[in-house]
Write a protein that binds this ligand. Structure first.
Ligand code: NAD
Ligand code: TYD
Length: 355
């Protein structure tokens, strides 16, 4: 392997071909020509290099195909490229899949994170000046809120799904490596993201795709579950800030100050879709179908993002109305992308999940 950019600072982003990772990579590659960004991604069903087509030829960008669970490969690339910073997003990320196959989540999210930490530690030993391991996590580690209250950085972890348990565990390992081996780390826990390039298994892109194809919209339980939604570009901006300005060993909660009950969100989405597709008002809402609830379904997530706002000056730049409209426009303009990712294995997943 040849290091193209000996004079630049080499950063590793894991999971960069996925939804959030691709927005992070685009931002870093365009904004920091002095960095060389390496994107390590296994290209699972959720990883797609089409997400990065606009930057794939850039001088300061290299794609590395491999798994964070492949110890030899991880160790080889750390030795070869001497990454000074790691922004770790690679994960199995879908709660429903974690209910079907929890072990896959333990392997990728826990073991994979530990192997990255081990390789980082082995490379730099005690020479930590200017180095940073940034672990991207989720608000789901905090469990479920009742009707009131917010998740703060000090809220005790109380995960309920195999996905959130695996993320909680990986957060603990990052912290433990920081305490035990002095690895300089930061962690952020973000609320539900939405935007372009999200795989259509998550609520918003799944329902956009189903509305386009006049398929039922499977609302779990009574639909009275609440999530806080953040536009993905605002998450990418926050990640850039935390990576550069966050304080070592700190956690930052990132959220949209934007809570929606699922059913209200779905109805709003239906209204937008009717307008954009030139359908009769109320047409898409008729597709709403209440289905069996998700086991262990968390009632409500809500983030208190005042720490990142106060300490790093971050707040969302895009309103929900604007972000949702842009997101729908992207999916309508990129039907080929949607068709590509929903062919093949997706059909089997869909049959099993929504039989
Ligand atoms: P995603 O599922 O869209 O993408 C995950 C990426 O990781 C894919 O490109 C996939 O190929 C890659 N990957 C999976 N297993 C891998 C492995 N073993 N080795 C290397 N690459 C592997 O996920 P996302 O929604 O972009 O989430 C990214 C990160 O952000 C995750 O850590 C997730 O827990 C966290 N997060 C997501 C949200 C959200 O709403 N999507 C919210 C908060 C935090
Ligand atoms: P999802 O997008 O899977 O994110 P998360 O589980 O990480 O919050 O789901 C968002 C909400 O939408 C959650 O309360 C579950 C609900 N949901 C449905 O009602 N139907 C669906 O088909 C999906 C995928 C989710």
């Amino acid at each position: 392997m040849f290091n193209k950019s000996i004079r630049s600072k080499n950063l590793l982003v894991t999971g960069g071909a996925g939804f959030i990772g691709s927005h992070v990579i685009r931002r870093l590659v365009n904004k920091y020509p002095e960095y060389h960004i390496y994107n390590l991604d296994a290209l699972t069903y959720a990883g797609n290099l089409e997400n990065l087509i606009d930057i794939e030829g850039k001088e300061n960008y290299t794609f590395l195909r491999g798994s964070i669970t492949d110890e030899d490969y991880v160790s080889t690339i750390f030795k070869e490229y001497r990454f000074e910073g790691v922004i770790h997003l690679a994960a199995e990320s879908h709660v429903d899949r974690s209910i079907t196959d929890p072990l896959a989540f333990a392997k990728t999210n826990i073991l994979g994170t530990m192997l990255l930490l081990n390789a980082f530690r082995a490379l730099w030993k005690d020479n930590w000046k200017g180095k940073r391991f940034y672990h991207i996590s989720t608000d789901e580690v905090y469990g479920s809120l009742g009707k009131t209250g917010f998740f703060e950085e000090t809220t005790p972890y109380d995960p309920n799904s195999p996905y959130s348990a695996s993320k909680a565990s990986s957060d603990h390992f990052v912290r433990a490596y920081g305490e035990t081996y002095n690895i300089p780390y930061v962690i952020s826990n973000c609320s539900n993201n939405y935007g372009a390039n999200q795989f259509p298994e998550k609520l918003i892109p799944l329902f956009i795709n189903n509305i386009i194809h006049n398929r039922p919209l499977p609302v779990y339980g009574d639909g009275n579950y609440t999530r806080d939604w953040l536009y993905v570009i605002d998450h990418a901006i926050a990640i850039d800030l935390v990576f550069h300005k966050g304080i070592n060993k700190e956690t930052y909660n990132i959220g949209g100050f934007n809570e929606w009950k699922n059913i209200d969100l779905v109805k709003l989405l239906c209204q937008h879709m009717d307008e954009k597709l030139g359908r009769e008002k109320g047409g898409s809402e008729q597709l709403i179908t209440y289905v069996k609830d998700r086991p262990g379904h968390d009632l409500r997530y809500a983030i208190d993002a005042s720490k990142i706002n106060r300490d790093l000056g971050w707040s969302p730049t895009v309103t929900f109305e604007e972000g949702l409209s842009k997101t729908i426009d992207w999916y309508l303009a990129n039907e080929d992308w949607l068709n590509n990712v929903t062919s093949g294995a997706y059909q089997q997943y869909y049959e099993l999940q929504y039989q």
